[in-house]
Write a protein that binds this ligand. Structure first.
Ligand code: NAP
Length: 276
């Protein structure tokens, strides 16, 4: 790749950022699309300074991760309605000096799910009530899904359920509820705690759609158990790649090379797991 005076700069900002796979994914997309652009990881706790730097240096687009997803919102020139409703921005577009915030987690989750099923009219148990659950919950509600929020802490669970206009179910009562779809959005089961699973295995039934948004490991314990019971599986890597593909489209206006993006991330994840 040639870097010269025309090269456009993009990046991801967060803290910590060392394990982010966004540079791998977006640089693969730039390469395949033949764009003179580069994507870097910026470790910073200073959200305001980052946005000022973005404007001053003409950085074209920024992915935003923990802990900045809510903090950047009041600092932007505009926030799109879906991101406003979710209460989190994970993507900033620099539109000739105007910074516009979006949330692509929601659309990424929906595209991943819609590859395997039509969610409209399905009963869904949404495990977790954090930022990712909010993004998934709002977009599924708009698609006509009948949601219930299942969460460990009642206060957060009830708050999200209230915003979504749906019931809250305590984690230990989930086993008594029937569903067509389970969406797991907590970090439980993520590397290195790969033997944990927040969803009671007794509720998994043949034909049920089971999505886990964790992508390290690629096959979580939940997905393994759900596969053994004949469930339809949606992995977290699909959501990650589709949310990244939506970012790429917002930044460049070009159709994203989704297969190359997925291949690049998958190669790094497999390499990491073999080494550890
Ligand atoms: P968050 O805002 O911190 O929320 C975490 C949620 O998980 C909370 O509801 C919390 O419950 C619950 N939780 C945490 N530890 C738990 C435990 N030991 N047992 C039961 N519940 C537990 O986090 P987030 O931003 O939503 O992210 C959650 C996960 O999604 C992370 O692993 C992240 O990497 C992943 N993610 C993936 C994608 C993707 O593209 N695939 C995108 C975004 C996020 P309490 O309310 O009880 O604390």
């Amino acid at each position: 790749m040639m870097i010269d005076q025309q090269t456009r700069l993009y990046g991801v900002v967060g803290e910590p950022i060392g394990h982010s796979l966004s540079p791998t994914m977006q640089n693969a997309a730039f390469r395949t699309s033949g764009l003179n652009a580069v994507f870097l990881a910026f470790a910073s706790k200073d959200a305001e300074g980052c946005l000022r730097g973005m404007k001053a240096l003409g950085i074209r687009g920024m992915s935003v991760t923990i802990p900045h997803k809510a903090a950047v919102m009041p600092l932007l020139d505009e926030v799109n309605p879906l991101a406003e409703k979710i209460g989190a921005v994970n993507t900033i577009v620099n539109d000739d000096g105007r910074l516009v915030g979006h949330n692509t987690d929601a659309l990424g989750a929906l595209r991943a799910l819609e590859e395997k099923t039509d969610p409209a009219g399905k009963r869904c148990l949404l495990f977790g009530a954090g930022g990712a659950a909010r993004a998934v919950g709002f977009v599924l509600k708009e698609r006509g899904v009948t949601l219930s929020v299942v969460n460990r802490s009642a206060d957060r669970g009830e708050r999200l359920a209230g915003r979504l206009g749906c019931p809250y179910i305590p984690l230990d009562a989930a086993v008594h509820h029937r569903a067509d779809m389970i969406i797991q959005t907590t970090p439980v089961g993520m590397y290195p705690h790969v033997h944990q699973c927040p969803v009671p295995e007794a509720i998994l039934e043949k034909g049920m759609v089971v999505m886990d948004i964790i992508y390290n490991p690629l096959e979580t314990r939940l997905l393994k158990k759900a596969g053994e019971r004949g469930c339809i599986l949606v992995d977290g890597l699909s959501m990650f790649v589709y949310q990244g593909a939506e970012q790429f489209k917002l930044w460049t206006g070009i159709h994203p090379p989704v297969s190359d993006m997925r291949r690049a991330v998958e190669a790094v994840l497999r390499g990491r797991n073999e080494r550890d």
